[in-house]
Write a protein that binds this ligand. Structure first.
Ligand code: NAP
Ligand code: HSE
Length: 436
């Protein structure tokens, strides 16, 4: 069978990772795909930069049109990142009848609806396994493996950089900024690392997961986003005292009255498997009606793990190239005309338990005031830790764990607690999920 020719837009961490995997496992890959896969060319910014050894046969260029308009290229792999020129180049590749593979979650989350529509019109595919959770085949698993299920919720550690930072802070007491710098050096972080630490990257991935789980169009703007930059070592330590770990989670839940889409630090009971997913590893827990809970675990970032997903997508594109568009697996798991707009819940409607850290004057009656306010909002307390004041300090931290409550009630209680003259500064609040 005729070989499939590939052109890369971008040849950095992920691009070279994919090319190395294609070269090393060429025999395995062609035996599975039924044809050879050849990397013809790659577009970069700096043609003189040193690349991985063994990739000398790949023709480098600085003009993206050398790939996008090359009639010999069957599949364009976009691993440049960013919105533009990636979006325009992929639309051009699609218009030229090429299949597209991308690791760019920001692009899919924000412009996927447009790209999929263009691809359907030209009977080509847009594949994006590498965009969510690096090397874990979670898109394929949900889209195809769970196709017979109704999915109730999913919750995932879907940003490797944040998980790496939280793990190193907890296990080794390391500084936030040191660990972030290391994650950048290891090739895990985004070009703009605030995307990682402020939760934006996880929100891009959650947008994609929610669409394939619930059959809704991609809607990045509807995701509630909080990152890990406000998490301190003391919160990590208090969480441990209470039997929890703090993880940065993306959560999509069908509540029956709408869907919750949220990304934020979360306390999870330490006995849960997902609470023990450390370093750059990712894991996604999916609760579905027929199969029950399933957990998908693996490397969430890095050259070859992400390259592994890219290669699988290239092979799918190569095999499915001749299939009629209606006979392919739909981009978002559900047929394009069967996607439905489901109401997205506002943050005030989210229902979770809470961890609260409140710095108060070390005097009698303060806890009574706080308990009264929580009772007024119908909030029950599950656990309390009260510490001795540090040397020379007149204030102490009180740590509370509450039962489940809608977030609107918690907002009201926190405003009243912060207004007490015996309370210093803002109340630190972290959501708690049992994931049971
Ligand atoms: P990277 O190492 O910075 O590589 C980007 C590549 O694109 C480089 O080769 C760069 O050229 C080239 N490039 C960027 N802008 C260009 C332009 N305007 N014209 C031509 N070439 C351009 O990035 P990466 O880590 O591989 O990430 C690529 C994509 O994969 C991003 O969307 C990212 O979110 C996603 N992703 C990354 C990971 C990961 O672990 N790193 C995992 C999953 C998904 P030079 O080499 O000359 O600089
Ligand atoms: N910056 C991303 C992360 C890369 O750390 O998870 C993988 O998508």
């Amino acid at each position: 069978m005729k070989p499939v020719k590939i052109g890369f837009l971008g040849f950095g961490t992920v691009g070279q990772g994919a090319a190395v995997v294609l070269a090393r496992n060429a025999n395995e890959i062609s035996r599975r795909a039924g044809r050879q896969i050849i990397v013809k060319s790659a577009v970069v910014r700096d043609i003189n930069r040193t690349r991985e050894a063994g990739l000398e046969e790949v023709k480098l260029s600085t003009d993206p049109l050398d790939v996008v308009n090359d009639p010999e290229i069957d599949v364009v792999v976009e691993v440049m990142g960013g919105d533009e020129p990636s979006r325009t180049l992929l639309l051009q590749a699609i218009a030229n009848g090429k299949h597209v593979v991308t690791a760019n979650k920001a692009l899919i989350a924000r412009f996927g609806n447009e790209l999929f529509e263009a691809a359907r019109e030209r009977s080509v595919s847009v594949a994006f396994e590498a965009a969510v959770a690096g090397g874990i085949p979670v898109i394929k698993s949900i889209r195809e493996g769970l196709a017979g299920n109704k999915i109730h919720w999913l919750a995932g550690i879907i940003n490797g950089t944040s998980n790496y930072i939280l793990s190193e802070m907890r296990d080794k007491g390391r500084d936030f900024s040191d660990v972030l710098q290391e994650a950048q050096e290891l090739g895990y972080a985004e070009a703009d690392p605030t995307f990682d630490v402020e939760g934006v990257d996880a929100a891009h991935k959650l947008t994609i997961l929610a669409s394939i789980a619930f059959g809704v169009p991609l809607n990045f703007d509807a995701v509630y986003i909080e990152g890990i930059s406000g998490i301190s070592r003391e919160d990590t330590a208090y969480a441990e005292e209470l039997g929890y770990r703090i993880k940065h989670l993306g959560i999509a839940r069908d509540t029956g009255g709408g869907i919750e889409l949220r990304v934020h630090p979360t306390l999870i009971p330490e006995r849960r498997l997902i609470a023990n997913v450390d370093g750059v590893m990712n894991a996604i827990l999916v609760q579905a009606d027929a199969v029950g809970p399933t957990l998908y675990y693996g490397a969430g970032a890095g050259a070859e793990p992400t390259g592994s997903s890219i290669v699988a997508d290239i092979m799918d594109a190569a095999r499915g190239a001749s299939a009629a568009v209606d006979n392919r697996v739909p981009h978002l798991a559900f047929q394009h005309d069967a996607l439905s707009e489901i109401r997205v819940a506002s943050p005030g409607e989210f229902e979770t338990s809470f961890y609260l850290r409140i710095q108060v004057d070390d005097k009698p009656g303060v806890m009574a005031d706080i308990s009264r306010i929580l009772a007024e909002e119908d909030i029950s307390i599950e656990a309390i830790i009260q510490k001795e004041p540090a040397a020379q300090s007149t204030t102490v931290p009180i740590i509370l764990l509450t039962r489940k409550i809608v977030e609107g009630a918690m907002d009201a209680a926190i405003s009243k607690i912060e207004a007490l003259s015996s309370v210093e500064g803002e109340v630190k609040r972290i959501r708690v999920e049992s994931l049971g």
